[in-house]
Design a protein. Sequence first.
Length: 366
Amino acid sequence: MKVPFNDLSRIHDPLKNNILNKFSKVIDRNDFILNNDVKVFEKNFSKYTNQKYSVSCANGTDAIELILRGLEIGNNDEVIVPVNTYIATSFAVDNVGAKPVFVDNDQYYLINVEKIKEKINKNTKAIIGVNLYGQMCDVKKLKKLCNDNNLYFIEDAAQAHGATQSNLNIGDNSIAASYSFYPGKNLGAWGDGGIVTTNSYNLYKKLFKIRNFGSEIKYYHEMKGVNTKLQPIQAILLNEKLKYIDQWNSERRDIAETYLDAFDGIKKLKLPKKYYSNTHVWHLFVIEVANRNKFITHCKNNNIETGIHYPYPIIKQKAYKNHFQNKEVFEESFSQYYKLVTLPVFPKMQKKEVTYVVNTVKNYFK
């Protein structure tokens, strides 16, 4: 048996003809830029996330960057980000001219709130909490910390579409949240896309203009802006897929629970922990194994695809070799990264595939 890391065709094939038929009407209308399909998706995504406003854009990195620009964060400012995340989070900070300041993660692979305070100074303007692998960071503590220090709290929810914490939705405690629609995300496009959600009308109006050259009315530019737009075909697809995301997230949870139950008690395998009040959407199922390469080879020899999220903490990437924190030791992240392995978890994964993964992993530790 061969088990892929993900198989998007299983969710796309049943939708394909309907999506293409709808897009053919866009072609007939020659209506390609920020059309009504985009507006409908923005409205529906706001409703799904229980936020008042949404502004779509070209990708998840642009979504973070839009928020930062809308909050007028730039040169000489500092933004606190977790060292354990995809590098797009910190690149968005770099792209607006600000400086990312890295903080270690906790036992849940999320930003360690207790280690943030020592990084705050007069130049700090915001904290980006990344809802990594499918669950929310401690938004209540982060919100309080930001309030106490007059900072903006921003959520990077690229991997957490549909996640909740107690009675809180993503965005309830932050000034804004960014999402990615990269194909492999829980809600993914046929290409790329992103969106910002917010309950702030003033921020919404600024982002609405910034994403389109600082303009609300064509050829009239009220502020400096960028060119980052969600394409109609992506909006059509995402609007259709939005109907199924709760079902697909539920399937992810079922697979994750099977793994957690099956691997419980294996001493040489560290399982992911769910933050106590989170509804996890399991974008990724990340485990820790001492000899990662040997384990991955075992899986590969048994035709199981795996991933690594992520091979190196951001601060160890060459892109940050001259960063002022380059020599700093991030104990938790540095003790984890070389052991991280991601197992397959995706909608429409068959029970026999899940069972095969379980048995293959168990056989490795016999």
